[in-house]
Write a protein that binds this ligand. Structure first.
Ligand SMILES: Nc1ncnc2c1ncn2[C@@H]1O[C@H](COP(=O)(O)OP(=O)(O)OP(=O)(O)O)[C@@H](O)[C@H]1O
Length: 347
């Protein structure tokens, strides 16, 4: 089901939580609402769900204006950060709950319910846990069961609010991929809230970046990463090195012979992988040296410092494949030459 938001505004007292939000989400997308704490993500999700009323604006689901419709008429499934499973019910009964409370005319028979719950348990790959209680599950298993429960009533839209926020890093990583694959299988229009840009990049087909109640940018992960609209998006999505050409950076960049494209503004944002590192011709006379590095799996992140700068000088981050780093045979304290391959410019 497609989702359209027109001019959504929401204030809490004198505070503007959402400021004229316009958004079109086509059917079948998996969209991440991404932004820093307090930017309005959950409020927007709650307005789509009907759990909160906007002060102004309209919500359309599949072209129908549902602004004044209560939650129960919107065919929406929810998964929240803190497991909302009923503790006194088994996994099976938790998933069956939404079907059993349907009005008599729409309620499936117990045989149909049993069949459906097992299908959902298979889908989330936890069929063997049907008779357990929520307390006997791991955090990751509970979230998968919460998702199965949300899907039981065949929602047209699935809303997930930081669904993996309470889980540890490795479980989170597994569940992100799992959610993506599950979405490929089901194709239910889904929106999930996250403040984790890596999570948004890894899972979503579209990312909506929010800040101070406004949409800063909407696009695919690569559009957002490679073509950030503005300074905020560029800094928020992944690491970026910021060079101010009207301020301190101008002089040392010039002295180091570092040229950043054709300037198209005064602030250059450079992604770590767009900084190429070479061994300098004159290593005794290089203004940049290797301070430290870290392994990030297939790549190495290099921390570079300006020679002679005091301890507060901004670190420059570069990234390169492991083999390339090994071939350079660099050691801590070695001088390096930089070449900047590409920058995003802002004013
Ligand atoms: N019921 C409320 N009454 C007053 N202010 C509220 C209420 N709900 C939210 N807010 C405020 O509105 C702003 C947006 O809140 P919201 O929960 O949507 O942010 P968020 O982006 O989801 O943040 P987080 O990532 O921290 O959950 C925050 O400043 C919050 O304090």
């Amino acid at each position: 089901m497609s989702i359209t938001l027109n001019n959504i505004n929401k204030n809490f007292g004198g505070f503007t939580a959402l400021d004229n939000i316009n958004l079109e989400i086509p059917e079948g997308e998996l969209v991440a609402l991404l932004g820093p704490s307090g930017c309005g993500k959950t409020t927007l999700l709650r307005i789509i769900a009907g759990l909160e009323q906007a002060d102004q604006g309209e919500v359309f689901l599949k072209g129908d204006n549902v602004t004044d419709q209560p939650v129960k008429n919107r065919q929406i499934g929810f998964v929240f950060q803190h497991y909302a499973l009923f503790r006194h019910m088994t996994v099976f009964d938790n998933i069956a709950f939404g079907l059993r409370v349907k009005p008599r005319k729409e309620r499936p028979s117990e045989v149909e319910i049993k069949d459906k719950v097992h299908k959902l348990l298979n889908l989330v790959q936890l069929d063997w846990l049907a008779d357990r209680f929520p307390d006997q599950l791991s955090g990751g298993q509970r979230q998968r069961i919460a998702l199965a429960r949300a899907l039981a009533v065949e929602p047209s839209v699935l809303l997930l609010d930081e669904p993996f926020g309470a889980l540890d890093a490795s479980v989170r990583k597994d569940l992100r991929l799992w959610l993506r694959h599950l979405h490929h299988e089901l194709n239910v229009t889904s929106i999930f809230v996250t403040h984790d840009q890596e999570e948004a990049m890894e899972v979503a087909s579209q990312i909506v970046v929010l800040n101070h109640g406004k949409i800063e940018q909407k696009g695919t992960p690569s559009e957002i990463y490679d073509h950030p609209n503005n300074d905020f998006v560029s800094r928020f999505i992944g690491h970026t090195n910021v060079f101010h050409l009207e301020k301190d950076d101008s002089a040392w960049l010039q002295s180091a012979g570092i040229i950043i494209d054709e300037p198209k503004g005064v602030i250059a944002h450079v992604r770590p992988h767009n900084i190429q590192i070479e061994k300098p011709i004159d290593s005794a006379n290089t203004p940049v040296y290797l301070k430290d590095w870290q392994h990030l799996g297939g790549t190495i992140r290099l921390e570079l410092s300006k020679d002679g700068a005091n301890g507060n000088a901004a670190t420059i981050y570069a990234e390169m494949p492991n083999e390339q780093f090994r071939a350079l045979d660099l050691h801590k304290g070695d001088g390096v030459a930089l070449r900047i391959k590409h920058a995003h410019w802002f004013n």
